[in-house]
Design a protein around this ligand. Structure first.
Ligand SMILES: [Zn+2]
Length: 244
């Protein structure tokens, strides 16, 4: 809470100093959010970059094994994800993203667009630049953001329990230093190693319905002390101790 309050205060100071540019906080918008502001209601059939922004926030609200596309096309799957998001936060679950839905997202996102309970620092304990991995720095950072929103959904679904991340993005150097696989998703920025509570098996099982396509946990070689979640184009789950 302290960190969030501090960041909010910092954002206010920055706005006061006139150093925040292009934040969409123009007069007349219903809500001026320092990360991103939606200016229209979105529903099935909508398309555009504002749909993509929405998809990033709701991609953690899918069915088992499903991965929502960030394609800017508001189809049935996006509507279903929005419905689950709405239901999870006590909103009217109609699958239409209007003011109430956006207000909830605004309340959940920080000024840097990360969800309330996760930060870029937690997803990158390797270096401050996101460079040196398998993809350009901007891609690695964007991948980490997508992973954070999935984790935010997972955290909510588990009953608002804290989720602790021991490792996120790694450069090749950082990955080698910890003995990571040479093709590790940590090099792409979308992987997160989860530790502590809830149990590793609870985390591994729950991750299946939040858009993670790579889940490695207890019983998989090298994963008895953490559950690894990531987005990999070729889906793979293995946590034999957990029956996965
Ligand atoms: Zn990992």
């Amino acid at each position: 809470m302290l960190r969030r309050a501090t960041r909010t205060l910092l954002a206010i100071v920055m706005v006061t100093a006139g150093t925040v540019l292009g934040v969409g906080a123009t007069a007349g918008t219903a809500h001026a959010d320092s990360c991103y502001t939606w200016n229209r209601t979105l529903s099935q059939g909508s398309s555009g970059s504002d749909v993509t922004q929405l998809q990033i926030r709701v991609a953690g609200w899918v069915t088992s094994g499903e991965r929502l596309s960030y394609d800017g096309q508001y189809g049935a799957r996006t509507a279903a994800a929005v419905k689950r998001f709405q239901a999870a936060y006590g909103l009217s679950a109609d699958g239409v993203a209007g003011p109430a839905t956006f207000s909830k997202i605004y309340a959940l996102q920080d000024a840097d667009c990360t969800p309330a309970h996760f930060s870029y620092a937690e997803l990158n304990k390797c270096n401050s630049t996101w460079s040196g991995g398998a993809v350009p720095a901007a891609t690695a950072k964007a991948n980490a953001l997508k992973t954070m929103w999935k984790l935010e959904a997972m955290r909510r679904k588990l009953g608002d329990v804290p989720i602790t991340i021991s490792s996120g993005f790694r450069s090749y150097a950082c990955n080698s230093a910890v003995g990571g696989a040479s093709n590790s998703r940590h090099l792409y920025g979308d992987a997160a190693d989860l530790v502590g509570t809830p149990s590793l098996c609870t985390l591994a099982r729950q991750a299946r319905v939040h858009g993670f396509s790579e889940i490695l946990g207890p019983g998989y070689p090298g994963h008895n002390d953490h559950t690894h979640v990531a987005f990999d184009p070729s889906a793979y789950w293995s946590a034999p101790t957990c029956g996965i």
